[in-house]
Design a protein around this ligand. Structure first.
Ligand code: ADP
Length: 194
């Protein structure tokens, strides 16, 4: 059977989780055998669910690393494997996803393709390069309302922005997904950390 790689990418608040949930919901209605996985580092919500910024959620199995993800995905011949917040798994996710696709699964990889300093965020760019289908979403700029391809960190109360600025790839789990810490920005209003 021919597998397929589908990508949903964009900055924070672009509706990636909503789109993933919509596709999973439809697949379940169609009787497809679906496995939904999230990263256990995503503390935004209930661990056993994917939750959007609007609070909508669907059940998901939290996994801590690529090895556990691969193991779970091999338990059954899933027709569809949906992976939420793929950037948390890092570049090691690439060979595992390719393996699933080669064995005939449709895999949806959803995640951030841009870091909060505006650079490419692996592994999403790699997936985007070789996917059968890519949906690139934008958020709404919180300053002007135009399409936002970036998100940036804003100061956490009690901390100076300076002190709370981690490196681009070291996303602090306690700051994932919170409206209070990141904002969506268009090209004009994006001000990357220095
Ligand atoms: P993502 O998974 O890409 O972070 P979600 O699917 O969790 O996005 O949330 C998308 C929802 O967030 C939108 O439908 C909207 O209601 C809400 N939202 C809050 N702030 C913004 C913003 N600046 N731009 C777009 N949507 C926003």
């Amino acid at each position: 059977p021919a597998g397929r790689l589908n990508v949903i990418a964009g900055p924070m608040f672009s509706g990636k989780s909503e789109e993933l949930m919509r596709r999973v919901r439809r697949a379940k209605i169609a009787g497809v055998n679906v496995l939904v996985l999230s990263h256990s580092l995503d503390t935004r919500s209930d661990l056993s669910a994917i939750t959007s910024h609007d609070g909508i959620n669907i059940p998901a199995i939290p996994v801590g690393d690529v090895e556990s993800l691969a193991e779970l995905a091999r338990v059954e011949d899933y027709e569809l494997v949906a992976i939420d917040e793929a950037q948390f798994f890092g570049p090691d996710l690439v060979p595992t996803v390719f393996d699933l696709v080669e064995r005939g699964a449709a895999v949806i990889v959803e995640g951030l393709c841009v870091t909060f300093d505006g650079g490419p965020f692996e592994p999403m760019p790699t997936f985007m390069a070789v996917a059968e289908d890519v949906l690139k979403l934008t958020a709404v700029c919180t300053i002007c309302g135009r399409d936002a391809v970036f998100h940036q960190r804003v100061g956490t109360p009690g901390l100076s922005v300076e002190a709370s600025e981690p490196s681009a790839t070291d996303i602090d789990a306690s700051h994932v997904g919170g409206l209070e810490s990141y904002v969506a920005r268009c090209r004009e209003h994006f001000a990357p950390p220095h």
